[in-house]
Design a protein around this ligand. Structure first.
Ligand code: ATP
Ligand code: FE2
Length: 323
């Protein structure tokens, strides 16, 4: 069984082609980079419309298959930016109809978790999902992926990108902040904002922008403070749920210091950490394809009538009947 998955929740239009053993035959993408400021949803959608067909064709070629060998089309149904979601969903519908193949709408956050379960030999894990728009601690319980902790305001990646933008860095700023942070051990205290199982970043962003410390010191302090907050909440979820496996997902999971800190926490509790390769952490079509495939195996299909997108599609809205 071969599934082609289309990801288009925000800046990335991604196409992945995956088989039933979670072998990734192709995983290509094109990313919209705003010339100034943050992502403009309409411009990102125009970008996806312009490049979509090209990425789909390239992915099919890369996979070395004929279109007729595709059994299933999956797409990111939400959450995300409306215009981007609609463009990706339109591509998926058009492809499914023209090939005469079934369609499966996938929750983007659930896909970040399922790709980890597909890649690694792991059990019931806790996912720390850290991206631009999302920051959640997720685990499976009673038929659903439940959110045990999340950001109360902006996603951590969004916070890093906003900080970077004010400091003249290009988008996305996460990698440059990581590079600067690695040049120093100096730490300047910033507000540590954990509320129960949730975290908040906007106050830290304001404090980081107002501090007089050198830029590398602020970058290091920003990482140390926010990553420690995330790890506190993740560890508490693992302890209460009695889980000894933690998976990282989302673009911020590419950060080596975050991986190191989560690794230390896991080791101290006798747990294991799993980190997908970078191109499967960031938004990608392969995770959508894989999740669509396992959902379809369990008998799930999305009719054209039900294939509308949902900008606020919550992780815990999904009935997980495939496991
Ligand atoms: P979602 O739709 O799930 O919110 P997204 O659109 O933000 O995802 P991702 O590719 O998952 O897309 O994540 C992009 C974010 O990851 C950006 O905010 C970027 O700054 C951040 N990022 C990428 N690499 C690093 C890094 N090395 N360190 C910190 N942050 C990083
Ligand atoms: Fe994502």
């Amino acid at each position: 069984m071969i599934c082609l998955g289309i990801e288009g929740t925000a800046h990335t239009f991604g196409v992945g082609i995956v088989d039933g053993d979670c072998e990734i035959l192709a995983n290509l993408w094109k990313m919209y980079v705003p010339k100034v400021g943050g992502i403009h949803p309409r411009e990102a959608a125009n970008h996806h419309a312009e490049h979509g067909v090209g990425v789909i064709n390239e992915a099919i070629e890369k996979a070395g298959i004929d279109k007729s060998q595709i059994d299933l089309i999956a797409f990111s149904q939400g959450p995300g930016l409306g215009p981007c979601l609609r463009t990706a969903a339109t591509s998926a519908r058009a492809l499914a109809l023209s090939l005469g193949k079934p369609l499966v709408g996938v929750n983007h956050c659930v896909a970040h978790l399922e790709i980890g379960r597909g890649l690694f030999d792991c059990g019931d894990l806790v996912l720390l999902y850290v991206s631009g728009g999302n920051t959640q601690v997720i685990a499976f319980a009673n038929g659903k992926y439940r959110v045990f902790g999340e950001t109360l305001d902006i996603g951590i990646g969004n916070m890093l990108d906003k900080f970077g933008r004010e400091k003249g860095m290009t988008f996305p700023a996460g990698p440059e902040i990581e590079r600067l942070a690695a040049t120093t051990d100096q730490y300047q205290p910033l507000p540590y904002s954990v509320k129960g199982m949730d975290v908040a970043f906007s106050g830290i962003l304001t404090a980081a922008l107002n501090t007089k410390a050198e830029l590398p010191v602020v970058c290091n302090s920003l990482q140390e403070t926010t990553f420690a907050m995330l790890i506190e909440v993740t560890e508490r979820a693992m302890a209460h749920l009695d889980r000894d496996e933690v998976l990282l997902g989302g673009g911020v999971a590419c950060n080596r210091r975050l991986q190191e800190m989560v690794g230390i926490m896991a080791e101290e509790r006798g747990a294991s950490m799993f980190v997908p390769p970078g191109d499967l952490c960031s938004d990608n079509g392969a995770m959508i394809a894989w999740t669509g495939l396992i959902m379809h195996k369990a008998g799930i299909e999305t009719s054209i009538e039900d294939s509308g997108v949902d900008q606020k599609f919550r992780t815990d809205d999904v009935e997980v009947t495939w496991r």
